[in-house]
Write a new protein. Structure first.
Length: 141
C-alpha cells in the first residue's frame, strides 16, 4: 500500500512540474533549397511556421506563399542534427494551393521533445512539381 501511495505521489509531483513549465515557442522560416539542377527551376516560395510546446503538446501553425505549383503535403521530419534531412515524424494539414496555411497538433514523446529543443525537427512542404520537397525550415527557439 505504501508503494502505491509513493507512486501516486511521484506521479502527482511529475504532473505538477510539467504543468508548471510555461509554453516554449519555436519558429521555422520556410525557404527553398535546391536538391539538384533538375528541380531548381521549380523551387520558389517562402513561409513561416511557429510551434508552441506546452508540456508534451506541440501545436503548429503557419503559412506559405509563392509556390509554382499547388502544395501536396507538409510534414515534420526528424534529422540527426540541424540541417540534416531525416525521417517523417508527423503529417501536417495544409492548403493544397500555391499559398495557404499549415496547422497541426501533436503529443510528443520525451525523445521528440529533446529533438525539438536540439533543432532536429523541421517542416518539409512538397508541391506537385517538387514531390521531394519545395520548402524546408528547422524549428528553432
Amino acid at each position: 500500500m505504501k508503494a502505491i501511495a509513493a507512486l501516486i505521489g511521484v506521479m502527482l509531483l511529475w504532473s505538477t512540474l510539467v504543468a508548471a513549465q510555461g509554453p516554449e515557442t519555436f519558429t521555422a522560416r520556410l525557404s527553398s533549397l535546391p536538391a539538384d539542377a533538375r528541380t531548381r527551376p521549380d523551387l520558389a516560395g517562402s513561409g513561416s511556421v511557429s510551434g508552441v510546446l506546452t508540456g508534451s503538446k506541440f501545436v503548429v501553425s503557419g503559412s506559405f506563399e509563392g509556390l509554382i505549383s499547388p502544395a501536396t503535403v507538409a510534414q515534420i521530419h526528424r534529422g540527426i542534427e540541424r540541417g540534416v534531412r531525416g525521417a517523417v515524424v508527423f503529417d501536417l494539414t495544409i492548403s493544397k494551393a500555391e499559398s495557404g496555411n499549415i496547422t497541426g497538433s501533436f503529443d510528443l514523446t520525451p525523445s521528440q521533445v529533446e529533438s525539438l529543443k536540439k533543432g532536429q525537427l523541421y517542416v518539409q512542404l512538397s508541391s506537385e512539381k517538387t514531390p521531394d520537397g519545395t520548402l524546408w525550415g528547422w524549428f528553432l527557439r
